[in-house]
Write a protein that binds this ligand. Structure first.
Ligand code: FAD
Ligand code: NAD
Length: 590
């Protein structure tokens, strides 16, 4: 409201002049705040007096009044100007329309803030257009091809599948198009978010321009969330650029079969896409510099996935780096990748899956005073505040949080979503919410899936005493036996008191099975709490339930517990059966 000295209900015409003075009405109009009959208008007494000054004064008084009037008018004008300026200010400027930006913008708009989201290409971000959605749609097609080939062991024989990669990509694109409306400009507008298209650059605190428009009206904002995500890394390996390598930005546009493919990097992208292409009939070589695939996961998980990839025909080479790429002669026959041990592998195409770098170039972060790590990531604290006042960052653009090496936030969509919500709330209200990365799960959607939450065994042993691991082979899980998928494993890392510090599940639907373990990690719960939770039979979650039952069984097997139970049994022998021991269905004595 404009002024706060006096509040006059517009409808209350008995005691005051309730008419809204023209100056105020104009201010309200500019502010977009319609004044209705029932509105309470904050009116400055002096303004009201100006409009209704009695005409009884003499000439001197009139001059005096004239001066006063002009001064008041000027003051009024300045106020109006300040108000207009204030109302043009954006409460929250969100840069980037991926998951982090979308969630941040919607959260802030829901809280009543004026939100502008700037996106340089299409809203939806990596997850929708180049990441989770296309990759999972692609893997679904690959799973079908695999099922056709693999049916014989279940007594179902079929001819080898005919894979039409262009049709596979049509399915991939259709999945994107079905989800896209949720992230569209129209949906955002309906949620109260104004979307501007263009590449944003910060020009100083509280100011930014679109598409480098130096002369254009700058965007002025109170707070900002940087959610510009990350782009695929293309290392400077000699000859690689000439090979026009595929990345996750371009691979979804393939429309012709790829007979052979060299994949650089066996992180989540290399493993998912390497296996997907192999199942769709491509001869895949997967190169990984570390000594195992998915090196951030438990070694046990890497080993089982490595074996599964090999079963699908992937030529997995670990402990090897690509050092050069050259065209196979005669030209047009693909590319030869030289490894650091001198070996050479060939592929019609090369797919680079060597990580993603934060998209901060040209964003003007220095003008804003935002500190970046040597990797280019925006440095934030656990409330997602950057070094610049009022500026927050969320999602893939964010670097390590101060939670320590074992708990690094990895770039995932669900993490981006949580970040968006926390950053927006902290920006628009007060910076009170913290991000807890302890219980951020991750799933690599290979076959088998590799799901993990919390600490790995090694990390747990570094920080805790008395760490134990409860391991359940899926050969003991009836559901796995019925589906002939017994190569999986569930490992739960526990502290001395049996609280779940971390867990890894390898197997079909591992991502879903992980959820109840994630809940325990989040609230520092004990594994044995799940013993009393009935699980439907036969489920993939049986391994977790069995682990919990085993945990409870061990607790009951202590000498003290056994002695207590024995005493209970002895007591029952000497105490006669009472009515209380009968069930509800027992007939009541009259
Ligand atoms: C192949 C693949 C598969 C994946 N699968 C999974 C999965 O199964 N599960 C999972 O959790 N995660 C997965 N991810 C990771 C997930 O996609 C990302 O972690 C997530 O999308 C990051 O969201 P974000 O909002 O931080 O960034 P992004 O989605 O990258 O959004 C950033 C946006 O900012 C825009 N932008 C950048 N700079 C500017 C600028 N200067 N001005 C205006 N706009 C700008 C960009 O155009 C982009 O739209 C996968 C990633 C890939 C590549
Ligand atoms: N299911 C999922 O949640 C999912 C799926 C795909 C991607 N993602 C996200 O996208 C991010 C990027 O994925 P990514 O797999 O590209 O990156 P990554 O960093 O996870 O893996 C890259 C791999 O390449 C290896 N490497 C590095 N340099 C090499 C070289 N010169 N030669 C051979 N190997 C080399 C690394 O050791 C590493 O294992 C992931 O961190 C992940 O968070 C998630």
């Amino acid at each position: 409201m404009l002024l706060t000295r006096q509040s006059i209900p517009v409808a209350d015409r008995g005691q005051h002049d309730r008419r809204v003075p023209p100056e105020l009405a104009e201010v309200h109009r500019v502010a977009g705040a319609g004044v209705g009959q029932d509105d309470v208008v904050q009116v400055d007494r002096t303004v009201v007096a100006t409009g209704h000054a009695p005409d009884r004064a003499g000439e001197g008084d009139r001059v005096q009044h004239g001066h006063q009037h002009r001064r008041q008018h000027r003051r009024q004008h300045r106020r109006q100007h300040r108000r207009q300026h204030r109302d043009q200010l954006i409460d929250l400027l969100v840069v980037g329309g991926g998951t982090a930006g979308l969630v941040a913008a919607r959260t802030a708009a829901r809280l009543g803030a004026r939100v502008v989201l700037v996106e340089r290409t299409r809203t939806g971000g990596d997850c929708l257009w180049t990441g989770c959605v296309p990759s999972k749609a692609f893997l679904a097609a690959a799973a079908h091809a695999h099922a056709v080939r693999d049916g014989a062991r279940f007594g179902v024989r079929a001819a080898a599948p005919h894979v039409d990669l262009a049709a596979v990509m049509t399915h991939v694109h259709a999945a994107r198009e079905r989800i896209a409306p949720v992230d569209s400009v129209e949906a955002l507008a309906a949620d109260g978010v104004e979307v501007r298209h263009g590449t944003l650059r910060f020009s100083g605190p509280g100011r930014a321009t679109l598409d480098g428009e130096v002369d254009g009206a700058p965007l002025r904002f109170r707070r900002a969330v940087i959610a510009t995500g990350a782009d695929p890394v293309l290392p400077g390996i000699p000859g690689l650029a000439d090979a026009a390598p595929l990345t996750t930005d371009s691979v979804w546009d393939l429309d012709a079969p790829v007979p052979s493919l060299v994949v650089l990097g066996a992180g989540p992208i290399g493993c998912e896409l390497g296996q997907g292409f192999a199942r769709l009939g491509t001869a895949v070589t997967l190169l990984e510099a570390a000594d195992r695939v998915l090196p951030v996961e438990e070694p046990e998980a890497s080993a089982r996935l490595g074996a599964a990839l090999a079963r699908d025909g992937v030529d997995v080479r670990t402990g090897r780096r690509a050092v050069a790429v050259s065209a196979v002669r005669p030209a047009g026959d693909g590319w030869e990748v030289e490894l650091d041990d001198g070996a050479r592998v060939r592929g019609a195409r090369v797919l680079v899956a060597l990580g993603r770098a934060p998209a901060t170039a040209g964003l003007g972060l220095d003008a804003l005073g935002v500190t970046r790590a040597s990797t280019g990531h925006v440095v934030v604290d656990d409330r997602l505040r950057t070094s610049a006042p009022g500026v927050f960052a969320a999602g893939d653009v964010v670097g390590d949080l101060p939670s320590g090496g074992a708990l690094l936030p990895r770039p995932f969509t669900h993490v981006a979503g949580v970040h968006g919500s926390v950053a927006a709330t902290n920006a628009v209200l007060a910076p009170l919410r913290r991000v807890d990365h302890r219980a951020m799960p991750r799933v690599t959607y290979t076959a088998p899936e590799v799901a993990h939450v919390g600490l790995t065994e090694d990390a747990a042993r570094e920080g805790h005493d008395g760490v134990r691991v409860r391991t359940l082979e899926h050969g003991e899980v009836d559901r796995a036996v019925t589906e002939d998928e017994t190569a999986g494993v569930t490992r739960v890392v526990l502290d001395r008191r049996g609280r779940v510090l971390g867990a890894t599940v390898v197997g079909p639907r591992a991502g879903e099975v992980l959820n109840e373990l994630t809940a325990l990690v989040a609230r520092r719960g004990r594994l044995r709490e799940l013993a009393g939770v009935t699980h439907p039979y036969p489920g993939w979650g049986d391994a977790v339930w069995n682990a919990a039952l085993a945990e409870l069984g061990d607790a009951l097997a202590t000498q003290a517990a056994r002695r207590a139970a024995r005493l209970g049994v002895l007591a029952r022998r000497v105490v006669p059966l009472s009515r209380a021991s009968a069930g509800r269905a027992a007939p009541r004595p009259r």
